[in-house]
Design a protein around this ligand. Structure first.
Ligand code: ADP
Ligand code: ADP
Ligand code: MG
Length: 454
């Protein structure tokens, strides 16, 4: 079993992990950059270690600094959270080589499933349909032309090491492609340290549907799906579970394919298999696997009653999966919205500042995962997520109504946030009907962004 955990992250996810560890009686050590000395995760952990200056490269992304913090405080394990080093195979290997438990998959599993190209190949081998596109990495523009003959236009150029909505370009014509391909290569190299690219046909009007899995290296189960079709710049802003687009038969097929893939690669820990679902053609396609806890995991927790982070800690501690597939059932409907420190009326410009007043929503079916407290200064160095508001209701309708109620209760004084976006979306007929796809929000914003100043 795990006795003392280093939480190698910051923000709301560090707070979330500390809470799960405490519930299991595990001692916790927070790490923080110079910009985060007063952060909530530092206050809530049993101990805290300063690991470097504000720049992530010198603190939250520094493997030597993190390993030293773990050694100095006598930790036996490390949880990477999401972002930062969560999908870094070298980090998983380094933690293990230092004699510590990595709360996540092995370096080899991350290399296989964290690289989007080898993950596509593994999915295809496991019989999971993938988006038509290149076989492996596309080595140069000549090889790309052959793939284009199959995909046609528009086509997506994607970075093998991309993530968080970054490293993806669309080309609508040969001329656009010839210009975009070398740019994408240079950008991927600069952003991810790996210029590897692959290509996919663009699936138009698709929904983003993903399946949560839990596995222990031998067995795997799923915890049903989440739909995350409301996206801006390919980043999720609103997530829900279950998806209203799936029939029971298709849900079973989709979830079974995720379990088959997890088993085929002897996956261990929590993971998410992401798909695009084309309603019109009634087909789904694998796009990638995230080998970590995801931002939107609480909607699954709401509908299944499972504490996914606690299960990750138990699995990493060597326990076999406690849950059988038959133990996992869905109750009601849950929605999460991401409250970011951004001004939706000004093209979502970042809005760091100080939280002057704070009113946290509550009551039945409401969860607020955040690192905010009155007086907290939001540093400008990290991503803009301030809080996740998660609501749960008997039906999707009831969940949306509850979302509106909870959003109206929420007050984050002193900062601009994405709250007005969610109030407007909750009132929109297409959102109410669940009639959306991954490009829908961008179109909606073109017409409605100016009205979000309130
Ligand atoms: P999720 O997949 O959990 O819904 P996101 O796609 O928003 O969440 O990613 C979660 C966080 O991790 C974001 O802060 C995002 O910027 C970051 N992230 C994800 N993948 C990468 C990557 N390959 N490189 C850098 N940051 C990443
Ligand atoms: P990331 O690693 O950044 O999360 P993904 O491959 O998961 O990248 O894709 C992010 C989003 O980009 C998807 O949710 C979807 O909206 C869009 N997308 C990705 N691939 C395709 C595709 N082949 N066709 C249409 N949209 C796509
Ligand atoms: Mg993704």
């Amino acid at each position: 079993m795990i006795g003392k955990l280093l939480v190698a992250n910051r923000g709301e996810i560090a707070v979330r992990i500390i809470r799960a560890a405490k519930d299991l009686g595990i001692a916790t050590v927070a790490v923080h950059s110079a910009a985060d000395a007063d952060a909530l995760h530092v206050q809530l952990a049993d101990e805290a270690v300063a690991i470097g200056p504000p720049a992530p490269k010198k603190s939250y992304l520094s493997i030597p600094a993190l390993l030293k913090a773990a050694a100095d405080t006598g930790c036996d394990s490390v949880h990477p959270g999401y972002g930062f080093l969560a999908e870094n195979a070298e980090f998983s290997d380094a933690v293990t080589a230092a004699g510590l438990v990595f709360v996540g998959p092995s370096g080899d599993a991350i290399r296989l499933m964290g690289d989007k190209v080898s993950a596509r190949e593994a999915a295809a081998r496991a019989g999971v349909p993938v988006v038509p596109g290149s076989k492996g990495r596309v080595e140069g523009i000549e090889a790309a032309r052959e793939v284009l003959a199959e995909t046609g236009f528009p086509v997506m150029i994607k970075a093998a090491a991309g993530g968080g909505g970054r490293g993806i370009r669309i080309a609508n014509s040969q001329a656009e492609f010839d210009q975009a391909f070398p740019q994408a290569e240079a950008e991927a190299l600069a952003a991810f340290g790996d210029g590897g690219l692959y290509m996919e046909k663009v699936i138009g009007r698709a929904r983003h549907i993903e399946v949560q899995v839990l596995a222990d290296g031998r067995d795997a189960i799923h915890c049903f799906e989440r739909e995350c079709s409301l996206q801006r710049r390919r980043q999720k802003v609103w997530e829900e579970a279950p998806s209203r687009a799936l029939s029971p038969a298709l849900r079973e097929e989709l979830c079974a394919s995720a379990v088959a893939l997890a088993k085929a690669v002897n996956y261990s820990g929590a993971g998410t298999v992401e798909y695009l679902y084309d309603d019109a053609a009634d087909r789904f396609y694998f796009i990638e696997m995230n080998t970590r806890i995801q931002v939107e995991h609480p909607v699954t927790e709401a509908i299944t009653g499972i504490d996914l982070v606690a299960e990750m800690l138990r699995i990493a501690g060597g326990e076999p999966l406690r849950l059988k597939q038959a133990d996992v059932a869905v109750k009601g409907h849950a929605i999460e919205v991401r409250l970011n420190a951004e001004d939706p009326a000004r093209d979502f410009a970042p809005f760091p500042g100080t939280v002057e007043t704070l009113r946290i929503p509550g009551g039945p079916g409401v969860r607020f995962d955040s690192m905010l407290y009155p007086g907290y200064g939001v540093p400008p160095f990290y991503d803009s997520l301030l809080a996740k508001l998660i609501v749960h209701g008997e039906t999707r309708e009831a969940a949306i109504d509850r979302l509106v109620r909870a959003l109206r209760e929420t007050e984050i004084g002193g900062l601009k946030t994405t709250k007005p976006l969610f109030l407007a979306l909750a009132a929109d007929p297409a959102v109410r009907a669940g009639d959306v796809h991954t490009r829908w929000l961008e179109g909606w914003l073109t017409d409605n962004a100016a009205a979000l100043g309130a």
